[in-house]
Design a protein around this ligand. Structure first.
Ligand code: FAD
Length: 373
């Protein structure tokens, strides 16, 4: 049974955010920054944030050349340019909110490895640069083929290298810790280990029902407004939104002696991505090898994809170099049907703010501002 004090001080808030990933925390911060007097509670089912935000590769990016070209085809040029602008604004909002020291942001730039099959895209650089000029006031993509051998890539496979000076890498763990600390410094209450089971709208408030891992009881929170930021796990709370999970496989090597590259790297329309973290290589992707199995919210390794990652390290990325894999992990992304982020008012009191479709580091701060507006 709850005490008088618990009932009085722990349960009732103006705003309740479900999920403490980068998006949930950004929404909570945006609410408090807009109105410091309001009360904000964040409920997180994991002991720490347990979705994509603590599992990702830490790219502060907005789309490689081949990704952007493929999005031009799929969603249209104007829609794609507008999405790139939102990602770029989001990166800058995150940098302004926390400062680069607190995110570990390093601007070594980004590169895309182009193989024989995709070489034709290099003819389209000027076209894409022109489309993005209004956002960056500069040419975003430049050829840097001279770096292929300097970085130690297999030049029999990598035929061209496209450079993007605007891409950076962050330290994902540092960023999430800093964002959590920032939220706490604004007076936002965060409760971990609190799995929200249901939400139910009443006349003047929303009841948020969570299970308490300490006992078997349910705890009833109440909020004037509720924001569902549970990303890939949204189907358990709002199945009608049809957010599909998409698992990502990642590995990290042990420190590589004389690692030859620094930066963030894309390969095969963004299906593969790797970066340095000091002398280590963090490498992920390959969902396209097994889309069906990877449409899962279970944190399991996929042997086929993990083997492919190692094969690409051997044959392309760390070609002829000695390295060993330290360990592997997985993270779960949330995908909307049209691959665009989603802000949906389920009612006057409940909003779903979900799904940065694999680019949440860039987009979350922007989407949070928009949602709070
Ligand atoms: C392997 C991988 C690599 C990636 N690499 C990059 C990258 O380099 N750059 C980039 O921009 N993006 C990357 N992404 C995508 C990025 O991580 C996501 O877009 C972003 O983290 C989404 O943030 P979010 O807050 O919306 O969701 P999440 O981080 O998934 O947060 C949702 C939170 O809600 C909680 N939750 C869910 N259900 C409940 C419930 N019922 N009750 C309470 N809490 C609940 C979860 O525990 C979780 O903490 C990557 C993703 C993965 C998986």
């Amino acid at each position: 049974m709850l005490s008088f004090w618990e009932k009085n001080s722990f349960l009732n808030f103006e705003h309740i955010v479900i999920g403490s990933g980068i998006l949930g925390l950004s929404v909570a911060c945006a609410l408090k920054e807009k109105n410091p007097g309001t009360t904000v509670l964040v409920l997180e089912k994991g002991i720490f944030p347990s979705g994509a935000s603590t599992k990702n590769a830490g790219f502060a990016c907005f789309g490689s050349l081949t990704e952007i070209l493929s999005d031009f085809e799929r969603t249209g040029i104007d829609e794609t340019v507008s999405l790139v602008e939102k990602r770029w604004k989001g990166i800058n909002l995150l940098r302004n909110r926390l400062g680069d020291d607190k995110t570990g942001l390093l601007n070594y730039g980004g590169y895309e490895l182009i193989d024989e099959q995709k070489l034709y895209v290099t003819d389209k650089i000027n076209f894409v640069n022109e489309k993005l000029h209004g956002i960056f006031n500069a040419d975003v993509f430049k050829m840097r083929n001279e770096m292929i051998s300097e970085f130690g890539f297999n030049s029999a496979v990598v035929k061209a290298l496209v450079y993007n000076e605007f891409e950076s890498q962050i330290d994902t763990g540092k960023m999430m810790n800093s964002l959590t600390d920032h939220a706490a410094s604004l007076g936002i209450r965060i409760i971990n280990g609190c799995n929200v089971k249901r939400i139910s709208e009443k006349e003047n408030y929303v009841r948020v029902i969570a299970s308490d891992s300490f006992s078997d009881r349910e705890i009833f929170f109440s909020g004037k407004k509720v924001y569902v930021c549970s990303n890939a796990f949204t189907k358990y709370l709002l199945p009608e939104l049809n957010i599909k999970p998409g698992r990502g496989q990642v590995l990290v090597t042990k420190p590589v002696k004389n690692l030859k590259f620094k930066g963030v790297f894309h390969y095969d329309e963004g299906f593969y991505y790797f970066r340095n973290f000091g002398d280590r290589v963090i490498f992920g992707g390959g969902r396209n090898l097994d889309f069906e199995k990877e449409e899962s919210a279970e944190f399991e390794l996929n042997e086929k994809i993990q083997n492919k990652l190692k094969e690409l390290l051997d044959n392309v990325i760390l070609f002829g170099q000695e390295y060993s894999v330290d360990y592997s992990w997985t993270g779960i992304m949330g995908f909307t049907e049209n691959k665009l982020p989603l802000i949906e008012n389920i009612s006057d009191r409940i909003s779903a703010i979900i799904s940065c479709n694999g680019m949440g580091i860039a987009l979350s701060s922007y989407i949070a501002e928009e949602a709070v507006k």
